[in-house]
Structure formats: C-alpha cells, structure tokens
Design a protein around this ligand. Structure first.
Ligand SMILES: [Zn+2]
Length: 525
C-alpha cells in the first residue's frame, strides 16, 4: 500500500530537536521500506538499489569503501524454488493414500531436501535433540534406517539449556543422516511467533544456498516436510498416543515417548534451480591506534527481506520496515555519528549491511568466512542489530549474548552512562542468539552481541511485542505506516554508537567467558 509519503509527512510535520536522531533514522527506514523497494529480495534489482543507497550513506558519513569491489562484496547463490505442480506429498496407511495439500496441510523445506522420491515409514523421535553433555539423546535405541523421523518443532526438553539446543538439533540431524534416515517430518509449533498460514505462504519464496558451499549439495534422496499442527493428529491415529498428548508433554519439557507410527510418507520433490548474485555492503572507519587498528569490530545488520509474495488483503509487498530497514538505518546513523567525531575509535570498525539473512544467514556467513580485511587484520567482535523494535521506550536494553563474553562489560559501561539498564533475554526459549547474523561470527569463534529494546515478561511492553509479532512479523504489515516510539528510537540510536566506541576502545581483545557454551574448543579468542 502506498502510504509511505503520508507517514513521512506526519513525522516531518512535527520536527523537534529532541528527536533529531530518531528522525534521521526514520528517514532511512521510509526509503528502504518504501513499496518501490519491493521488499529487498536477495538478488533482486531493488536489493541492489537499496545496497547503493547504503553505500551512498556510508560515503557521506566519511567511511572508506571496504568490500571486494568498492563498497560491495558480491555473493553468489544457488536459487531453488519448489515446483509444486510436479511435486506431491501423501500419508499412506495400509493401501490407502491420503494426499497432503501444499500450504494448507504441509510444505517442503528445500534447504534440506533434494529432488526425487521418498516412500518411507514414520518414526516419532520427540524433540529431535542429541546432546551428549546434557545427557539427552532422542535417537538412542531406534532403528532409523530407511525411515522418516517425526519431530516437534519449537519444543525443548527440560535440562538442555538454550545455547545447547541449536547444537543439539544439528547433531541429531547429522546423526539421522549417518544412521540412514531418509527424511524428517517436522510438526510446526502451534505456539510459533508466526502463525501457520503466514509460514506456509513463505514456501513460495525462493530458497538459497551459497554457491561456494560445497557441503550444501551433499545428500540425495532426502526430504524435509513441515506439517501444519492442525493436521498432526492424523499421523498418530492408530498408534498408542495422540498428537495432543505428546504436544502437551512437550509444552512442559517432559520426557517424550518415541515409537513407530502406523503411516508412511510418500513424497515427490521437484525443484527449479537458477543462480543469483547479491551484495554485502562494507564501509570502514579506520582505527586511530597504530597497534589496535588491525583488529576489526564488525557491525552488522541485514539489508534483505522477503520480497514480494502472494497478495494478503490486496498487499503483496513484504516491506520489512522493522525487519530490518530499522537496523540498517541505525548502522547508517552510527556511521554518521562516529564519522563526524574528531577522535576516531582505536580499533577499526567495519559497517556491514549483509544480504540473504532471510535465506539462512547466508550473506553474513559469507562475509565472516571471507572477511574483507587486509592481510594481518582480524575480526575480533561482532555487534548485530536485527529488528530492535523501538515500539516501546528504551528503559532497558535487551542484550543477547550477555552471559557469553566480556563484551558484556562494554555494553554495561555504555548503557550505564545513559542511565539505561542492561537485561538478558527475557524469552531465552526463543534462542534469539543463534537466529540472526551474529551467529555467523559466533560459530567462527568471534564474540558477538545482539541489541534490542528490552521489556519485562508479562508487562504491557511485552504484550505490545507479542502483538507485533503476531500481526506484523514476516508479514506484509511490517510497513512504514506502523507507529514507533520516537523516544525509544532516539535513545537506541544515541546508545548504539556509544556501545561501538566502548568495544573499539577497550584495552584487551574481546574474549568468551570460560563458562560459555559458544567458546571455541581451542580456547583461542
Ligand atoms: Zn531480520
């Protein structure tokens, strides 16, 4: 919907020195999230236009081009789209096949599926988590060869803490593959931030892999299906448990039974493949200290969003105003603030607008694997901001990763000076620390933090966040017509450069705490 101009005018109609940062920030948001940017899909001409806008803003801020090609670091992708007309899914019970409708009943996750046919019995394996250190193994004692494993998404077993969960799921997926399973059927969480209907629409967006990622092509004859929880009961009928009973157990983190289900999955997967190139945008503020300037603090925010999809109530553009034009706008304003100061930070600061976050953190993965720093330079920390949600005042700063590294000291010092309280994630079960671009740095051993406007569980502010997720997150309603808290936006944009300065000026190199589950085994960094 074309209401951009009106929203911009509403803001401009009441200019105020008190909100100078917020207004400059909002100016970038309205441009990047305008309908003409068509949702900034990775690889699209509009994403390139947005990247050029960011490069221009970095230049005006006084940054130095620091990509592999001027301001840009082009990244190559393999693009895959499901060809639903040539694909099919069915549940087979005895001689009776019951087909599943794409979108209504189920979707195929192309990230971990290969083209071909699978016809295999189902085995329910509960949470689908394997963590040796926490004594949890959902695969123990099961015959998985030639079977499709059924797991509950978004549920966590008691006793496996958040940071270990992502690793525990990845380890189980790897073990399933090694033990001959031919697929995974995930029952979508009935408690997800994103309702099934909105999630199912996303199946039509192209999925991507890094063209340089050779391991992504491994496998063959495997399929990952995601099932609407409203259809899950039909998997269990005729078995010794109902779906409702196992979901209820999972909701409390209780141990889950694991057993064969009396149905088979029959899947035919057809895929259309193509290629795309999309840019990371990289600007450098060189460090002032002769020794420390070879250490680089990477600031990231993702520029891409979901592009254009099926119309919902007449609108088909996923504008991504909060997700994540808001974070890019903060990156730009931080560059402007630091670039205008007479004293530069001691370490070098890289401003990186990454592509393909929505495709699985791919642009940041590529950057962290191929950092555009001169020889002898090293990335020593990452600060990320993704959808920091200034829909509430900034009384508390929510920091993901606060328990993991001594970057916590820097953020506390910066926030303390502005009288802002620093809090840990009040919703640890969402595993936000591994769900945005900071994870591309974390898994390479680089300490990282992600910052947002905070709230207390059960507060009116929390309600506002929950409502925002239900109504707008990854929906066409994440537009520039929504209202933001100007004071919250102002304060966040004032605080962020201070956090960056603290990290860039600290004496010692940032380090993981010895207790962190993310600390690399070698103990370096
Ligand atoms: Zn995002």
């Amino acid at each position: 919907m074309r209401r951009t101009l009106i929203a911009a005018l509403l803001i401009l109609a009441t200019p105020s020195i008190a909100y100078a940062q917020a207004e400059a920030w909002w100016g970038h948001v309205t441009i990047l999230a305008d309908d003409s940017m068509r949702g900034r899909e990775t690889g699209s001409p509009e994403h390139r236009r947005a990247a050029e806008y960011v490069a221009g803003a970095f230049q005006r801020a006084g940054l130095v081009p620091a990509g592999s090609d001027g301001w840009f670091q082009p990244v190559r992708f393999q693009v895959r789209r499901i060809a639903e007309g040539r694909s099919s899914l069915a549940l087979v019970r005895g001689a009776k096949a019951e087909s599943l409708d794409f979108g209504k009943d189920a979707t195929i996750n192309l990230r971990s599926s290969s083209a071909g046919k699978v016809d295999a019995p189902l085995v329910f394996i509960g949470y689908g988590v394997y963590s040796r250190e926490h004594g949890h193994d959902d695969l123990a004692g099961l015959d998985l060869k030639g079977k499709v494993a059924v797991v509950l998404a978004g549920a966590a077993p008691k006793g496996v803490p958040g940071p270990a969960l992502a690793a525990g799921r990845a380890a189980a997926a790897e073990a399933l593959h090694q033990r001959g399973a031919v697929g995974v059927l995930t029952i979508y969480s009935p408690h997800s931030d994103i309702p099934w209907e909105r999630y199912a629409l996303a199946r039509l967006h192209p999925q991507m892999r890094l063209a340089s990622d050779s391991t992504a092509h491994a496998g063959g004859g495997t399929v990952t299906v995601v099932l609407n929880p409203a259809r899950a009961e039909r998997l269990f009928s005729g078995s010794r448990r109902t779906y409702a009973s196992v979901q209820a157990l999972a909701d409390s983190g209780a141990p889950l039974p694991r057993f064969d289900l009396p149905v088979r999955l029959r899947a035919t997967v057809a895929v259309d493949e193509s290629e795309a190139v999309s840019d990371n945008v990289v600007g450098l503020l060189p460090g002032a200290d002769q020794l420390l300037k070879t250490e680089y603090v990477a600031l990231t925010a993702h520029l891409d969003h979901l592009g254009v999809g099926q119309p919902v109530a007449g609108d088909s553009i996923f504008n991504g105003a909060m997700d994540n034009a808001s974070g890019i706008a903060t990156l730009i304003e931080t560059a402007a603030t630091l670039g205008a100061r007479s004293t530069r930070p001691r370490r070098s600061v890289l401003f990186v607008a990454v592509t393909a976050e929505e495709k699985g953190l791919l642009g940041s993965d590529y950057f962290a694997g191929h950092p555009t720093v001169p020889e002898g330079g090293a990335l020593v920390a990452n600060l990320n901001t993704d959808m920091f949600l200034p829909i509430n005042p900034l009384r508390r700063l929510l920091v993901n990763g606060l328990e993991e590294s001594d970057l916590a000291d820097d953020v506390r010092r910066a926030a303390g000076r502005l009288g802002i309280e620093v809090i840990t994630d009040p919703e640890p079960e969402r595993n936000a620390f591994v769900r945005s671009d900071q994870f591309s740095f974390i898994r390479r051993g680089i300490p990282a933090l992600s910052l947002k406007v905070g709230f207390a569980v059960g507060s009116p502010e929390h309600d506002r966040v929950l409502r925002w997720r239900q109504e707008r997150y990854h929906g066409v309603e994440d537009e520039v017509t929504q209202s933001v808290d100007r004071q919250g936006a102002e304060d966040f944009n004032r605080l962020y450069p201070e956090v960056v300065t603290e990290v860039a000026n600290r004496t010692t190199r940032p380090a993981w705490y010895p207790t962190s589950a993310f600390r690399p085994e070698t103990g370096s960094h």
